[in-house]
Ligand binder design. Sequence first.
Ligand SMILES: NC(=O)C1=CN([C@@H]2O[C@H](COP(=O)(O)OP(=O)(O)OC[C@H]3O[C@@H](n4cnc5c(N)ncnc54)[C@H](OP(=O)(O)O)[C@@H]3O)[C@@H](O)[C@H]2O)C=CC1
Ligand SMILES: O=C(O)[C@@H]1CCC=N1
Length: 272
Amino acid sequence: MPWSDTLGVVGLGRMARALLLPLLDSGLVERSSVRAAVATEASARRLSDELKVQVSTDAAPAWAAPVVLLAVKPQQIEAVAPAATEALAAVPSSGEPLLISVLAGVTLSRLQALFPGRSCVRAVPNTPALVRAGLTGLSWGEGVGEARREQVRGLFAQVGEVLDLPEHQLDPFLALTSSGPAFLALVAESMADGAVAAGLPRPLAMHLAHRTMAGTAALLQGQELHPGQLKDMVTSPAGTTAAGLRQLERAGLRSALIEAVLAAADRSRQLA
Ligand SMILES: NC(=O)C1=CN([C@@H]2O[C@H](COP(=O)(O)OP(=O)(O)OC[C@H]3O[C@@H](n4cnc5c(N)ncnc54)[C@H](OP(=O)(O)O)[C@@H]3O)[C@@H](O)[C@H]2O)C=CC1
Ligand SMILES: O=C(O)[C@@H]1CCC=N1
């Protein structure tokens, strides 16, 4: 079902752009129904040229929309809140005003205190949304009606899988799914570095690293394999993989990744 409301977007950086581009391309959200706000004139010009939507440094039109996607940095939230309150009177009285916040760590209780008059939902998306392979965790604040919930789930479903989660699970969810693409990108880059060190040309090594990562994910998912099963499928006695795995265990790869996810979840809690 097409999105019927005007959609306000406050903060149109890497995450909001990754969400908005596929929604615009699919036609679910009409370009003419978007009111976006950013901090600088340079970003406003660049994004309105690229996305062909209204982007301004004046946030009032965005905050006048019944549904607003908030996607500034957590540290910028205090700066944007007053404009939201001032614009509340301009929100059509027919629509239940809703704030969708993608800010890492910022809790529903803080959102409800900073944005009175709007019901709130926390959404934790990830950048694979850009290629419609995203994951979004949703936690609902008080007073969000079922029709609005379905509308929001439908929006995020356009760019991937959507899960309702209790709020206390959002920090580890974000650490794994939203920060996770950066951790996996590091693994892909490092493996390509290894292949270059072993003699492959860089462009070929990068291509192969990406394909290997994508193929492995497809195999894990398609066959519903436990990662340990896949590892054992690949590892021949006294073979090449066993030699590589020995090095990874020696270097503490498992522990490094466990600590990375824990650190990201802790940082998300701190940003609250
Ligand atoms: N990147 C990711 O993978 C993920 C990010 N998130 C969350 O998404 C949010 C945005 O992250 P990200 O997109 O990476 O950040 P960016 O720095 O790329 O984007 C921030 C955006 O906010 C705008 N902005 C800053 N101040 C204001 C203001 N006062 N009024 C209006 N707009 C303003 C910036 O405008 P300008 O360009 O003019 O400075 C920019 O468009 C964060 O809270 C983050 O925690 C959540 C999950 C994943
Ligand atoms: O690094 C960050 O803080 C944001 C939130 C999750 C991914 N990027």
